[in-house]
Design a protein around this ligand. Structure first.
Ligand code: ZN
Length: 205
């Protein structure tokens, strides 16, 4: 079962050391990071001039589609004929981070009505399954779509009772907090995969 907030907090405090601050995550070096330091204060970055957007993965010969190249079987949590649910290969700061992909190279907006209704059902089941695990506060469902052109939807489960970790900031804390134990994470993946397979498809985790 996922760890209680006290365990997550104790690991973060131990990793932070005397300063009490964990290291900045890689996200703070990304070009899109919206904050910067100025005269000791955190201020919004200056908005750069309009420019052409770079191709996404799957939109250019230089950036082939990773999903169409095949899913790493070691990362597949659950799958059926249409959908593949994956993890990132190792625990991270949040108790569970999963990504649901179509097998077919489709973007959001291109699903037919059957696929769209399947997406709604799988999303609803996954959220219910994960939110019913102990110590899970919420599952955030996110579709960004700016990195890869192949449909993928994120599920970020956050720990309950850590009041700073709310809303979209859970995504940033996922990179900041030290990862939890792998055996706990794998047991939770197995539970989620098995429960989701009650409605069809195959559990792989
Ligand atoms: Zn693709």
């Amino acid at each position: 079962m996922p760890e209680p907030a006290e365990d997550v907090h104790a690991r973060a405090v131990a990793a932070a050391g005397e300063s009490g601050r964990l290291p900045a995550s890689a996200v703070s070096d990304w070009e899109v990071f919206p904050w910067e330091a100025e005269d000791g204060a955190v201020v919004p970055a200056r908005l750069r001039a309009p420019a052409d957007e770079p191709p996404r993965w799957g939109e250019s010969p230089d950036k082939p589609c990773g999903a169409c190249a095949g899913f790493d079987p070691d990362r597949v949590v659950w799958e059926d004929d249409v959908w593949v649910l994956t993890h990132h290969g190792a625990p991270s700061g949040m108790p569970l981070v999963l990504v649901l992909h179509t097998r077919e190279h489709l973007d959001m907006g291109e699903l037919d009505d059957d696929q769209a209704s399947q997406l709604g059902r799988i999303t609803n089941r996954l959220v219910r399954i994960i939110e019913n695990l102990p110590h899970i506060g919420r599952v955030h469902v996110d579709r960004w779509g700016d990195g890869s052109a192949h449909f993928h939807q994120w599920f970020f489960a956050r720990t309950a009772r850590l009041p700073q970790i709310m809303g979209s900031y859970a995504v940033e804390w996922d990179d900041i907090l030290p990862p939890g134990p792998e055996d706990v994470w794998r047991a939770d993946l197995h539970l989620v995969a098995t429960k989701l397979a009650n409605w069809g498809g195959d559990a792989r985790a």
